[in-house]
Design a protein around this ligand. Structure first.
Ligand code: ZN
Length: 420
């Protein structure tokens, strides 16, 4: 924006910051964490401090300060506050419906100490996605100054009326380092992600680049840093794309069936046995983040956008017990095992998916009709759905699913193989 207009916002931010600093100090000194009390005690003083400022900034600053005081006092109680008072470092100006309004899709008007200022703004893809999905703008917003680009960054809140989502079915997702097994309508699809391979591949490439440049230019040289930075951002972008595409595919299928998504509850430590073989702790952490946490976070975020609930279940031993007989499965090589009671063969990921489903059904009283229930009930023979039917996942390469918008794109041949 023009220099002059931007300067007005710099002044506004300065005043707002001052108010928030004073309010936080008062709140922390008096143990106030509620906006209403802070406003009752301090509103008059704040108003007289900057009479030229629109009065609603006093309200929003009280809300802002009360929230900061609240989280600081909580940290302090837990003994995790490092300083006696909270520092007001990052400031974004809180706005309410009196302080800003949108005028069409390209202009907003903001109340400042210099009167109303109209600012043109750019919509991003994210904004349009939410609007298209029936979300409406809420009255609260925050604005942050970007000094480098001389622009404002506007943080908007969306709201939506939702009816209670009673899941009619469950889609369970078992995340592995290089694939995600997803149980949809009684079929386990194995979506390849190759996430750990991507992480390891880039790790070794970086290592060799570093060694090469260090030999020529000495350690930590500028060209080496540049190349490494580029490799790093390529890696990030590729992983993000893989995660988002798959999350979108899964969540869309869930929304279409009014299903809930069942995920493993992951601990904080990358204790997962699947990556124990990676010795370097930093690398292990990265593989864990990419393959497990990252995938889950993408699914959570997408699910929120579509209003699909996510259920977490205990992941312990999910691939060790037979979902039909409850007996131990003895695994040989290549992820196949035999049930020690029924003698049927299982693929590890299929077992995990069905056990996640069973746990989800056990957890909520199970108002969802389930295929699993049906085939647990007919537990007469050793093999529930024919020789290999439900025991074999349908693998789908990344190159294939990455182009899909829905599962309907699956070729008939593949569906035939699992249903015979
Ligand atoms: Zn069994």
């Amino acid at each position: 924006m023009p220099r002059r207009t931007f300067r007005a916002f710099v002044e506004l931010e300065g005043m707002y910051r001052n108010i928030v600093e004073q309010l936080v100090l008062h709140a922390v000194n008096n143990g106030i964490t509620k906006f209403t009390r802070l406003k009752a005690e301090r509103y008059r003083d704040v108003r007289s401090l900057y009479p030229q400022l629109p009065s609603h900034y006093a309200y929003t600053a009280c809300q802002d300060a009360a929230e900061r005081a609240h989280s600081f006092l909580k940290l302090k109680r837990m003994g995790r506050a490092r300083k006696p008072y909270p520092e007001v470092r990052n400031v974004s100006i809180w706005l309410d419906d009196h302080l800003w309004r949108a005028e069409g899709l390209t202009l907003i008007s903001l109340a400042t100490h210099k009167g109303r200022v109209r600012v043109s703004f750019e919509l991003n893809k994210h904004y349009l996605r939410y609007v298209n999905r029936g979300w409406r703008l809420a009255s609260e917003a925050r604005v942050k100054l970007d000094y480098k680009e001389r622009r404002l960054v506007l943080y908007l809140t969306f709201k939506k009326e939702v009816s209670e989502y009673r899941p009619k079915a469950y889609i369970t997702v078992d995340v592995n380092e290089d694939a995600e097994a997803v149980l949809i309508d009684g079929v386990v699809y194995l979506f390849e992600t190759n996430l750990s391979r991507v992480t390891l591949g880039y790790y070794y490439r970086r290592k060799s680049v570093q060694e090469k440049y260090d030999r020529v230019y000495g350690p930590g040289s500028r060209p080496a840093r540049r190349v490494l930075r580029r490799l790093g951002s390529n890696e990030k972008a590729l992983k993000r794309e893989i995660r988002w595409k798959l999350a979108t595919l899964i969540v869309r299928e869930a929304a279409r069936r009014q299903a809930a998504i069942v995920l493993e509850r992951l601990g904080r430590e990358p204790a997962n046995h699947m990556i124990e073989r990676i010795k370097d702790p930093q690398l292990r952490h990265r593989v864990f983040q990419a393959a497990f946490k990252g995938v889950q976070r993408a699914i959570e975020e997408k699910a929120r956008e579509y209003g699909v609930p996510v259920i977490y279940v205990d992941p312990r031993n999910t691939s060790r017990t037979c979902p039909i007989h409850g007996a131990e499965i003895v695994y040989g090589r290549n992820r196949h095992g035999t049930c020690s009671k029924g003698g049927e063969t299982w693929h590890r990921d299929v077992v995990a998916c069905y056990n996640l489903l069973l746990r989800a059904l056990g957890g909520d009283g199970g108002h969802a009709p389930s295929r699993m229930r049906a085939f647990v009930a007919v537990d007469g023979g050793p093999v529930p759905l024919g020789p290999t039917a439900a025991h074999e996942p349908t693998p789908i390469a990344r190159g294939a699913w990455a182009r899909w918008r829905s599962l309907g794109a699956t070729s008939d041949r593949k569906l035939m193989r699992v249903s015979t």
